[in-house]
Ligand binder design. Sequence first.
Ligand SMILES: *Cc1c(COP(=O)(O)O)cnc(C)c1O
Length: 233
Amino acid sequence: MKADVQSRLADVQNAITRAAQRSGRTAGDVTLIAVTKTHSVETIRAAINAGVFEVGENRVQEAEAKIEAIGHGSVKWHMIGPLQANKARRAVKLFDMIHSVDSIELARRLERLCVEEGRKELPFLVQVDLGHEPSKSGIAEEELPSVIKEMSGMRRVKAVGLMTLPPFFADPQLTRPFFRRMRVLCDELRAGGYFNQIEIPHLSMGMSHDFEVAIEEGATMVRVGTAIFGERS
Ligand SMILES: *Cc1c(COP(=O)(O)O)cnc(C)c1O
């Protein structure tokens, strides 16, 4: 199991390096987030020993025990799944970054909770709804400027980029236009001054089957589970 994780991780890292080069960048420009939902603390520790520095979980409840066991010393924790209002306080206490801020109300709530919990800064990504699928949340393209404008006035929570979960296609080339659209949106928002001091806003997009295409189109963060840990049971 450990050897499997190690060799699959190496394959993913190599694929990231090659895709980054195809996009005129280097591996250092792309952050790999190892998605560990359903996997044990032992498996996460094996991944950390093999060179994982960033971990993604999609449920607060499940992440809590893992974060308590492993801590923040050697890894950063990313909340990548839908965040319910009643879990927001725990998310503020637990996670280094939240990828799934899908409404202005959630951003306001996180801001208030940061004050209450004495957290000075919480970076987050704005989840964008490109595919308009009922099962996926996010903010519609046309609302992004006004929403991010309000978010950029908040003191503790800080919008540092965009995230998306595009529609699933078995052929990742079919996802390419969605990734490309995200890049254009991100560039437009940055040019318009919406991400105030941030030089290169993050673009969190791409999963096991399509992260290479996402990187070619400008992803700065990829969220990869299955390709590192195998199929989830
Ligand atoms: C599970 C999950 C991933 C990783 O999916 P894989 O296909 O296993 O790489 C990425 N992003 C989110 C939001 C997820 O929930």
